[in-house]
Design a protein around this ligand. Structure first.
Ligand code: MG
Length: 471
């Protein structure tokens, strides 16, 4: 199967009217909903007020969490940028899609690797159903023309192809992250459009003026909503911040109680509120599911320019909870069953969930599950097991409240001590969300059950060669 396009992928566009007609009477057919995914970069589990931050104010996201669903156990598939984004867009573990690297854990400018034609993205699937598709923000799945978002399902892209600390210039001073200047990082701001069989790509400015980037992403998102309010749309907004270097807009600089990091988060919260108000003004709020989450946990080596994982252990780069569990806010007025959801959810679940809500199907093998029953009717989640990989290797697995660590490694930038555990670590995430007390010796029957779950998972996983390492 590897190396050949998976022809099983099929969306039953022709069958859509039948599928809608077959819905039970209590859920009348609706127009295909719009989807907006707001995706912060390196924002930690504990960085929103509604997730317990004591000083950062996030009233817009908190209101959306209160009116919609606030997920306590929402995960990304990787603790670093590129594979996490690939998993969100494909609904697959990085191993299964090939969107991971052994040598390159994330993609760097000028690298040959990146997303391939064989990866089907949620944007491609929704476009097949008639959706307008746009992305405003950071891509990070390859910077060559064939990797850009407009080649992978998006009609329109405005944003930066990779992280805002790449393309470092010689002007950088030691500690440049902590006294940041725009000219230290020569990152391009790009615009790209897919028109028929053609692509129009241009670099709008270089270096990107990062202190206005969140505001301009917001304006672009609002314009996209206004342009497409008469047809179903999918809008993906992967913010460049709070990945360091941090550049809050002048109106936000120095205004929070939590320093430059807090200023940046409060600006992202403002942005989420502006996008919400655009949906309301356009009269499509009740037809739109908005998701807010983050690509990985906080980058803990960034002094005071970092977020917090709250009660969770560690941060970006590790498969401890602080690296992979993130806020998960779902908002859809009039349709969502409001509440706090304590079931396991994953960014990989967004692909099958959005596709199901749009009335599409796929026969492709996904690692995501459809969450629409929980979103619309408050049904218990269907996911019991979630595996956690790092650089193509299985490190940990959660089943119900328990989590087993086969291999552990510290957070990004804080030392790469790798430990392959002869006896795996076992934690109960309900009793011990901070993963501080190993239960392996006390609960051998649970350990055996977890090892069986690992074997079952591995038997069902088909790993593809890395697409990031290719030269
Ligand atoms: Mg990130």
């Amino acid at each position: 199967m590897t190396g050949t396009r998976n022809l099983c992928f099929l969306i039953c566009l022709a069958l859509l009217p039948l599928a809608l007609a077959a819905q039970p009477a209590e859920s009348p057919p609706r127009r295909m909903p719009n989807f907006v995914i707001l995706f912060a970069d390196d924002l930690g589990y504990g960085d929103l007020s509604s997730y317990g931050h004591p000083s950062i104010r996030t009233p817009n996201l908190d209101a959306m969490a209160a009116e919609g669903q606030r997920w306590t156990d929402f995960y990304v598939a990787s603790a670093v940028c590129s594979p996490s984004r690939g998993a969100l867009l494909t609904g697959k573990q990085p191993n299964r899609s090939g969107l991971y690297g052994h040598r390159s854990r994330v993609l760097f400018p000028n690298q040959a690797g990146g997303i391939s034609e064989e990866n089907t993205t949620i944007a491609e699937a929704l476009r097949e159903l008639g959706y307008a598709t746009g992305i405003v923000g950071k891509w990070h799945l390859g910077a060559r023309p064939e990797h850009l978002p407009t080649r992978h399902g998006f009609d329109y892209w405005f944003g930066i192809p990779y992280s805002n600390d790449m393309d470092g210039t010689d002007e950088r001073v030691p500690g440049a992250y902590f006294s940041p200047r725009i000219e230290y990082w020569n990152v391009p701001l790009m615009q790209s459009q897919s028109v028929g069989q053609e692509y129009h790509d241009q670099i709008l400015e270089r270096p990107a003026r990062q202190e206005t980037i969140t505001r301009r992403y917001t304006q672009q998102a609002q314009e996209f909503i206004d342009r497409h309010s008469d047809r179903p749309f999918f809008l993906f907004v992967p913010y460049t911040m709070p990945h360091t270097p941090l550049f809050p807009a002048p109106e936000f600089a120095g205004t929070s109680l939590a320093g430059r990091y807090g200023d940046v988060i409060e600006e992202i919260d403002w942005s989420a509120g502006e996008i919400r108000r655009s949906l309301e003004r356009a009269g499509v709020a009740e037809d739109t599911l908005v998701v807010f989450t983050s690509d990985n946990g906080p980058w803990l080596s960034m002094r005071t320019d970092k977020g917090t994982a709250g009660p969770l252990r560690n941060g970006k780069g590790t498969t401890f909870e602080g690296g992979i569990r993130v806020p998960g806010v779902m908002w859809w007025p009039g349709s969502i069953q409001p509440g706090v959801v304590r079931d396991i959810g994953s960014a990989m679940d967004l692909f099958p969930t959005l596709l199901a809500l749009a009335g599409g199907t796929t026969e492709d093998i996904l690692d995501g599950v459809d969450l629409s029953g929980t979103l619309l009717r408050g049904e218990p989640g269907t996911r019991e097991v979630l595996a956690h990989y790092r650089a193509g290797e299985l490190y940990a697995l959660r089943k119900g409240p328990y989590k087993i660590h086969l291999i552990t490694e510290k957070a990004y930038g804080i030392g790469p001590e790798r430990n392959e555990h002869e006896t795996p670590l076992l934690y109960h995430l309900g009793e011990d969300p901070g993963e501080s007390w190993d239960l392996a010796a006390e609960r051998p029957e649970i350990l055996a059950e977890m090892l069986e779950a690992v074997r079952e998972h591995q038997a069902a996983m088909e790993t593809r060669p890395s697409l990031f390492d290719s030269r």
